[in-house]
Design a protein around this ligand. Structure first.
Ligand code: SAH
Length: 446
């Protein structure tokens, strides 16, 4: 490669990469320039040269793209949360549609038509969940978001992506954090490692993740919450004693406030701190409506809702099949799903708490051709056992809801007994490169 570290280059950006970074070609080598847009001529400073690619820091935009806009957040570019704030919203949607099509083509060799990306009602103020690490830093306690691909904290006093209710508690979180010894990843010392905030439709649920549990820690947390954030809906304590990257540990206890129900499309349900709730309410409604419309049109005998979380989608599917079975690994989420079934008086819905890889082979062996399988796995996609069980089953239709186009494409290629008939992206995560996708698959005639 001719490029050298510390070179200053001038280049025209050709496309956007998977993380929203501009991609130029210098001597046919891809150079990733964060913050640069397709069509722009830019100046950049080379900071990394590898065998088959390079990374450069944007220093000047010589000819701005018409898609360029001013990021709303002062932390944009440093904080690892967002990577598309410099792109107008319509162009973000077009980019995501292209990214899904690209992943399907390159990874799965599927050239299905990808529908337009369904927008979020608002492009800021739309996210109902924020996880903030607390760490011992050079200047004492640091509360913020991690920088991209790093465990360095960017101290964030505000996050315009969040709903007003989440934003309103952020100053109080810093005051609570100041009352505890911050976690130090290098030696595992300290008391407080994370805050997780959720907007339950106006009322806020706050979880403080601690390194250990004692009566005095619990009392200090309850005192801190009532002094610093007296209006909280729920205040939870969670204990994580592990040294890994997982945010929550296994022990959870309500320490102040009382459980607040959240309204999800007319259903009152309770979301446990370890349970799942879609992070963008307007897009959640559009996605759930699209999935239930498919079920209504197919009128299946049985629906297997795999990776079912707190069971909200499972419950919405109930009117459209003779029986619906949700499968979810997280006990707290599965219990919320059971509570929801009981409170709605649904008699045709059953929830199984277990690993889809273990449960689905047996469950799907018994389903008839008139059945439907919904798959909504986490970012890592479906386990091989799940794919094999779906391929082997008789279900005529599969709905795959994915939050990661790469694992979606990998799994669609493996679902060899099914044909992709429709692909629709949903903008669950505005301002970020992430995208939700609903894919309809039909069983191939064998
Ligand atoms: N469809 C649900 C939740 C989707 S999120 C909704 O709309 O709310 C994915 C869910 O899969 C999470 O709740 C997660 O706990 C669960 N999960 C992850 N791995 C799993 C596995 N191996 N087996 C079953 N569930 C799993």
């Amino acid at each position: 490669m001719i490029l050298q570290k510390n070179d200053n280059i001038e280049a025209v950006i050709e496309s956007l990469g998977y993380r929203g970074e501009g991609v130029a070609r210098v001597d046919r080598v891809p150079v990733f320039v964060g913050g640069a847009l397709p069509g722009e001529r830019v100046r950049a400073h080379v900071i990394l040269v590898k065998k088959d690619y390079a990374v450069a820091k944007l220093t000047e935009v010589l000819s701005p793209s018409p898609d360029r806009t001013e990021p709303r957040c002062p932390y944009f570019g440093r904080c690892g949360g967002c990577n598309l704030q410099h792109i107008k919203y319509g162009a973000q949607l077009a980019y995501k549609r292209g990214a899904v099509a690209d992943a399907l083509k390159k990874i799965a060799h599927i050239s299905a038509d990808v529908g337009e990306c369904v927008p979020s009602d608002s492009e800021y103020g739309c996210r109902n969940k924020l996880s903030l690490p607390v760490r011992r830093g050079r200047n004492g306690t640091e509360v913020g978001l991690f920088a991209y691909n790093s465990h360095r904290i960017v101290e964030t006093e505000d996050c315009p992506l969040q709903t007003d209710a989440v934003r309103a508690v952020l100053p109080g979180l810093r005051r609570i954090a100041a009352r505890f010894a911050p976690y130090d990843e290098t030696d595992g010392s300290g008391e407080l490692r994370h805050f997780v905030v959720r907007d339950l439709g106006g009322a806020v649920s706050l979880t403080a993740v601690l390194t250990s549990r004692s009566r005095s820690l619990r009392d200090r947390l309850a005192d801190a919450a009532s002094a610093e954030l007296p209006g909280l809906g729920e205040m939870w304590l969670n204990v994580n004693r592990s040294s890994g990257n997982v945010i929550m540990g296994g022990e959870t206890e309500l320490v102040a406030g009382s459980r607040v129900p959240v309204d999800i499309m007319g259903m009152r349900t309770y979301v446990h701190p370890c349970g799942f709730m879609q992070v963008n309410p307007s897009v959640m409604r559009k996605l759930y409506t699209a999935v239930t419309e498919q079920a209504a049109a197919a009128a299946p005998d049985t629906i297997i809702d795999a990776y079912s979380g707190g069971g909200t989608l499972t419950a919405l599917l109930a009117p459209h099949a003779r029986s619906v079975i949700g499968v979810e690994i997280e006990r707290a989420a599965s219990e919320s799903a059971d509570e929801l079934v009981a409170s709605l008086g649904l008699t045709n819905v059953r929830n199984i708490c277990g690993d889809c890889a273990a449960v689905l082979p047996g469950l799907l062996a018994g389903v008839s051709g008139g059945s439907m399988v919904v798959l909504d796995p986490p970012r890592s996609g479906c386990a091989r056992e799940v794919i094999d069980a779906v391929n082997a089953c008789g279900a005529s239709r599969v709905l795959y809801v994915s939050c990661n186009p790469s694992t979606l494409a990998r799994d669609l290629a493996l679902l060899s007994n099914y044909e992709t008939v429709s692909v629709r992206p949903f903008d669950m995560f505005p301002q970020t490169c992430w995208v939700e996708t609903m894919v309809i698959l039909e069983r191939k005639n064998s």
